[in-house]
Write a protein that binds this ligand. Structure first.
Ligand code: FAD
Length: 216
Protein backbone atom coordinates (compact mmCIF):
# COMPACT_ATOMS: atom_id res chain seq x y z
CA UNK A 1 0.00 0.00 0.00
CA UNK A 2 1.26 3.45 -0.79
CA UNK A 3 -0.50 6.82 -0.60
CA UNK A 4 0.96 10.05 -1.98
CA UNK A 5 -0.32 13.59 -2.45
CA UNK A 6 0.14 14.73 -6.04
CA UNK A 7 -1.90 17.95 -6.31
CA UNK A 8 -3.86 20.59 -4.40
CA UNK A 9 -5.76 23.58 -5.87
CA UNK A 10 -3.38 26.50 -6.35
CA UNK A 11 -5.20 29.78 -5.45
CA UNK A 12 -4.35 32.80 -7.60
CA UNK A 13 -6.15 35.40 -5.47
CA UNK A 14 -3.82 37.78 -3.64
CA UNK A 15 -4.66 39.71 -0.48
CA UNK A 16 -2.17 42.28 0.89
CA UNK A 17 0.29 41.14 -1.85
CA UNK A 18 0.20 37.53 -0.66
CA UNK A 19 -1.36 34.58 -2.44
CA UNK A 20 -4.06 32.83 -0.44
CA UNK A 21 -3.41 29.27 0.68
CA UNK A 22 -6.09 26.64 -0.16
CA UNK A 23 -7.92 27.08 3.17
CA UNK A 24 -7.76 30.86 2.69
CA UNK A 25 -9.42 30.37 -0.70
CA UNK A 26 -12.23 28.32 0.87
CA UNK A 27 -12.86 31.17 3.33
CA UNK A 28 -12.58 33.82 0.58
CA UNK A 29 -15.27 32.02 -1.46
CA UNK A 30 -17.42 31.46 1.64
CA UNK A 31 -17.43 35.24 2.21
CA UNK A 32 -18.79 35.99 -1.27
CA UNK A 33 -21.69 37.98 0.21
CA UNK A 34 -19.67 39.66 2.97
CA UNK A 35 -18.17 43.18 2.89
CA UNK A 36 -15.12 41.63 4.65
CA UNK A 37 -14.11 39.18 1.93
CA UNK A 38 -10.43 40.16 2.29
CA UNK A 39 -10.36 39.16 5.96
CA UNK A 40 -7.35 36.84 6.38
CA UNK A 41 -8.65 35.31 9.60
CA UNK A 42 -10.68 32.20 8.86
CA UNK A 43 -10.33 29.83 11.80
CA UNK A 44 -13.73 30.65 13.32
CA UNK A 45 -15.45 30.79 9.94
CA UNK A 46 -14.37 27.28 8.89
CA UNK A 47 -15.29 25.84 12.30
CA UNK A 48 -18.69 27.58 12.12
CA UNK A 49 -19.36 26.17 8.62
CA UNK A 50 -18.45 22.63 9.74
CA UNK A 51 -20.62 22.91 12.87
CA UNK A 52 -23.56 24.13 10.81
CA UNK A 53 -22.96 21.65 7.95
CA UNK A 54 -22.40 24.41 5.39
CA UNK A 55 -20.42 21.86 3.37
CA UNK A 56 -20.50 23.47 -0.08
CA UNK A 57 -17.72 25.96 0.77
CA UNK A 58 -15.34 22.98 1.01
CA UNK A 59 -16.04 22.18 -2.64
CA UNK A 60 -13.96 25.22 -3.71
CA UNK A 61 -10.64 23.36 -3.32
CA UNK A 62 -9.59 19.95 -4.70
CA UNK A 63 -6.91 17.47 -3.74
CA UNK A 64 -5.52 14.61 -5.88
CA UNK A 65 -4.03 11.53 -4.24
CA UNK A 66 -2.12 8.61 -5.77
CA UNK A 67 -3.03 5.26 -4.20
CA UNK A 68 -1.26 1.95 -4.75
CA UNK A 69 -3.38 -0.95 -3.49
CA UNK A 70 -4.91 -4.25 -4.62
CA UNK A 71 -7.81 -5.10 -6.92
CA UNK A 72 -9.63 -6.27 -3.76
CA UNK A 73 -9.65 -2.76 -2.29
CA UNK A 74 -9.83 -0.52 -5.38
CA UNK A 75 -13.56 -1.29 -6.06
CA UNK A 76 -14.40 0.00 -2.56
CA UNK A 77 -12.51 3.23 -3.28
CA UNK A 78 -14.15 3.63 -6.69
CA UNK A 79 -17.62 3.57 -5.06
CA UNK A 80 -16.99 7.12 -3.77
CA UNK A 81 -18.85 8.60 -6.70
CA UNK A 82 -18.19 12.28 -5.99
CA UNK A 83 -14.50 11.73 -6.88
CA UNK A 84 -12.97 11.40 -10.35
CA UNK A 85 -10.48 8.61 -11.02
CA UNK A 86 -7.80 7.27 -13.30
CA UNK A 87 -6.88 3.62 -12.68
CA UNK A 88 -4.06 1.47 -14.08
CA UNK A 89 -5.47 -0.52 -17.01
CA UNK A 90 -4.67 -4.23 -17.17
CA UNK A 91 -5.75 -4.08 -20.84
CA UNK A 92 -2.86 -1.87 -21.95
CA UNK A 93 0.04 -2.85 -19.70
CA UNK A 94 1.27 -6.13 -18.27
CA UNK A 95 0.63 -6.63 -14.55
CA UNK A 96 3.90 -6.51 -12.57
CA UNK A 97 3.20 -6.74 -8.83
CA UNK A 98 1.06 -8.25 -6.10
CA UNK A 99 0.16 -6.99 -2.63
CA UNK A 100 0.72 -9.30 0.36
CA UNK A 101 -1.73 -9.23 3.26
CA UNK A 102 -1.87 -10.66 6.78
CA UNK A 103 -5.05 -12.63 7.64
CA UNK A 104 -7.51 -11.98 10.50
CA UNK A 105 -10.20 -14.18 12.08
CA UNK A 106 -13.83 -13.71 10.95
CA UNK A 107 -16.01 -12.20 13.70
CA UNK A 108 -18.86 -14.70 14.18
CA UNK A 109 -21.43 -12.00 15.06
CA UNK A 110 -20.44 -9.01 12.90
CA UNK A 111 -19.90 -9.66 9.17
CA UNK A 112 -18.10 -6.31 8.79
CA UNK A 113 -15.54 -7.13 11.45
CA UNK A 114 -12.44 -9.32 11.72
CA UNK A 115 -10.15 -9.95 14.68
CA UNK A 116 -6.36 -9.92 14.66
CA UNK A 117 -5.74 -12.89 16.95
CA UNK A 118 -4.96 -15.84 14.64
CA UNK A 119 -2.29 -18.27 15.77
CA UNK A 120 1.14 -18.16 14.15
CA UNK A 121 0.68 -21.38 12.15
CA UNK A 122 -2.56 -20.07 10.54
CA UNK A 123 -0.85 -16.76 9.70
CA UNK A 124 2.04 -18.68 8.13
CA UNK A 125 -0.34 -20.96 6.22
CA UNK A 126 -2.06 -17.88 4.72
CA UNK A 127 1.28 -16.32 3.73
CA UNK A 128 2.28 -19.57 1.97
CA UNK A 129 -1.14 -19.89 0.31
CA UNK A 130 -0.87 -16.33 -1.03
CA UNK A 131 2.61 -17.03 -2.39
CA UNK A 132 1.48 -20.31 -3.99
CA UNK A 133 -1.51 -18.68 -5.71
CA UNK A 134 0.60 -15.68 -6.79
CA UNK A 135 3.30 -17.91 -8.32
CA UNK A 136 0.77 -20.11 -10.13
CA UNK A 137 -1.39 -17.26 -11.44
CA UNK A 138 1.65 -15.18 -12.46
CA UNK A 139 3.07 -18.17 -14.37
CA UNK A 140 -0.24 -18.95 -16.12
CA UNK A 141 -0.74 -15.21 -16.86
CA UNK A 142 2.73 -15.01 -18.45
CA UNK A 143 2.07 -18.29 -20.36
CA UNK A 144 -1.18 -16.81 -21.67
CA UNK A 145 0.61 -13.65 -22.89
CA UNK A 146 3.30 -15.77 -24.57
CA UNK A 147 0.57 -17.71 -26.40
CA UNK A 148 -0.65 -14.40 -27.82
CA UNK A 149 -3.73 -14.19 -25.60
CA UNK A 150 -4.78 -10.57 -25.15
CA UNK A 151 -3.93 -8.83 -21.85
CA UNK A 152 -7.66 -8.12 -21.33
CA UNK A 153 -8.30 -11.92 -21.42
CA UNK A 154 -5.11 -13.11 -19.66
CA UNK A 155 -5.95 -10.96 -16.60
CA UNK A 156 -8.84 -13.33 -15.81
CA UNK A 157 -6.14 -15.59 -14.36
CA UNK A 158 -5.06 -12.98 -11.79
CA UNK A 159 -6.07 -12.95 -8.08
CA UNK A 160 -7.65 -10.09 -6.14
CA UNK A 161 -4.34 -9.14 -4.51
CA UNK A 162 -2.96 -8.03 -7.90
CA UNK A 163 -1.54 -4.55 -7.43
CA UNK A 164 -3.22 -1.52 -8.98
CA UNK A 165 -2.63 2.24 -8.98
CA UNK A 166 -5.29 4.96 -8.88
CA UNK A 167 -5.39 8.73 -9.06
CA UNK A 168 -8.31 10.02 -6.97
CA UNK A 169 -9.35 13.66 -7.23
CA UNK A 170 -12.06 15.27 -5.15
CA UNK A 171 -13.07 18.36 -3.24
CA UNK A 172 -12.09 18.95 0.37
CA UNK A 173 -15.76 18.25 1.19
CA UNK A 174 -15.56 14.81 -0.40
CA UNK A 175 -12.24 14.03 1.29
CA UNK A 176 -13.71 14.98 4.70
CA UNK A 177 -16.54 12.47 4.29
CA UNK A 178 -14.34 9.82 2.68
CA UNK A 179 -11.94 10.00 5.65
CA UNK A 180 -14.80 9.91 8.16
CA UNK A 181 -16.38 6.82 6.58
CA UNK A 182 -13.20 4.91 5.71
CA UNK A 183 -11.34 5.41 9.01
CA UNK A 184 -14.36 3.99 10.85
CA UNK A 185 -13.86 0.45 12.26
CA UNK A 186 -16.70 -0.79 9.99
CA UNK A 187 -14.33 -0.34 7.01
CA UNK A 188 -11.92 -3.22 6.45
CA UNK A 189 -8.42 -2.69 7.79
CA UNK A 190 -6.62 -2.62 4.44
CA UNK A 191 -8.85 0.25 3.28
CA UNK A 192 -8.71 1.94 6.70
CA UNK A 193 -4.89 2.05 6.42
CA UNK A 194 -5.27 3.98 3.15
CA UNK A 195 -7.82 6.38 4.69
CA UNK A 196 -5.53 6.95 7.71
CA UNK A 197 -2.67 7.85 5.34
CA UNK A 198 -4.99 10.25 3.49
CA UNK A 199 -6.01 11.80 6.82
CA UNK A 200 -2.33 12.44 7.68
CA UNK A 201 -1.94 14.26 4.34
CA UNK A 202 -5.20 16.16 4.93
CA UNK A 203 -4.08 17.32 8.41
CA UNK A 204 -0.82 18.58 6.92
CA UNK A 205 -2.50 20.49 4.06
CA UNK A 206 -5.70 21.66 5.81
CA UNK A 207 -4.67 22.12 9.47
CA UNK A 208 -7.43 24.60 10.41
CA UNK A 209 -10.17 22.42 8.90
CA UNK A 210 -8.66 19.27 10.47
CA UNK A 211 -8.54 20.95 13.86
CA UNK A 212 -12.19 22.04 13.58
CA UNK A 213 -13.07 18.44 12.73
CA UNK A 214 -11.26 17.25 15.88
CA UNK A 215 -8.61 15.38 13.85
CA UNK A 216 -5.58 17.33 15.06
C1 FAD B 1 -18.75 -0.25 5.97
C2 FAD B 1 -19.26 -0.12 4.57
C3 FAD B 1 -19.92 -1.18 3.98
C4 FAD B 1 -20.39 -1.08 2.67
N1 FAD B 1 -21.03 -2.14 2.13
C5 FAD B 1 -21.50 -2.06 0.86
C6 FAD B 1 -22.17 -3.17 0.26
O1 FAD B 1 -22.36 -4.19 0.87
N2 FAD B 1 -22.58 -3.05 -1.04
C7 FAD B 1 -22.41 -1.87 -1.73
O2 FAD B 1 -22.82 -1.80 -2.88
N3 FAD B 1 -21.78 -0.81 -1.20
C8 FAD B 1 -21.32 -0.87 0.08
N4 FAD B 1 -20.66 0.20 0.63
C9 FAD B 1 -20.45 1.41 -0.20
C10 FAD B 1 -21.39 2.57 0.21
O3 FAD B 1 -22.74 2.20 0.04
C11 FAD B 1 -21.10 3.81 -0.66
O4 FAD B 1 -21.32 3.51 -2.02
C12 FAD B 1 -19.68 4.31 -0.50
O5 FAD B 1 -19.36 4.42 0.86
C13 FAD B 1 -19.53 5.64 -1.22
O6 FAD B 1 -20.18 6.65 -0.46
P1 FAD B 1 -20.98 7.84 -1.13
O7 FAD B 1 -21.99 7.32 -2.08
O8 FAD B 1 -21.47 8.68 0.00
O9 FAD B 1 -19.89 8.62 -2.00
P2 FAD B 1 -18.96 9.84 -1.64
O10 FAD B 1 -18.29 10.24 -2.90
O11 FAD B 1 -18.07 9.53 -0.48
O12 FAD B 1 -19.97 10.97 -1.15
C14 FAD B 1 -20.94 11.53 -2.03
C15 FAD B 1 -21.24 12.97 -1.62
O13 FAD B 1 -21.93 12.96 -0.37
C16 FAD B 1 -21.27 13.84 0.53
N5 FAD B 1 -21.41 13.31 1.87
C17 FAD B 1 -21.07 12.07 2.30
N6 FAD B 1 -21.33 11.94 3.63
C18 FAD B 1 -21.81 13.13 4.04
C19 FAD B 1 -22.23 13.64 5.31
N7 FAD B 1 -22.16 12.90 6.41
N8 FAD B 1 -22.68 14.92 5.36
C20 FAD B 1 -22.70 15.68 4.27
N9 FAD B 1 -22.31 15.27 3.02
C21 FAD B 1 -21.87 14.01 2.92
C22 FAD B 1 -19.81 13.87 0.08
O14 FAD B 1 -19.15 15.05 0.50
C23 FAD B 1 -19.99 13.82 -1.42
O15 FAD B 1 -20.21 15.12 -1.93
C24 FAD B 1 -20.20 0.12 1.93
C25 FAD B 1 -19.52 1.19 2.55
C26 FAD B 1 -19.05 1.08 3.83
C27 FAD B 1 -18.33 2.25 4.46
Amino acid sequence: MNVRLIAVTNPLVEIQNEKLNPEGLIAYCARVSSPHQENLDYEKLLAYCIKNRHWSIFEMVDMTIEIVTSRAISPQILRHRSFVFQEFSQRYTKVQSFETYAPRRQDAKNRQHSIDDLDVSTVEWFAEAQEEIRALSEKKYNDALEKGIARECARMLLPLNTQTKLYMKGSVRSWIHYIEVRTDPSTQKEHRDIAEAVRTIFIDRFPVTASALGWA
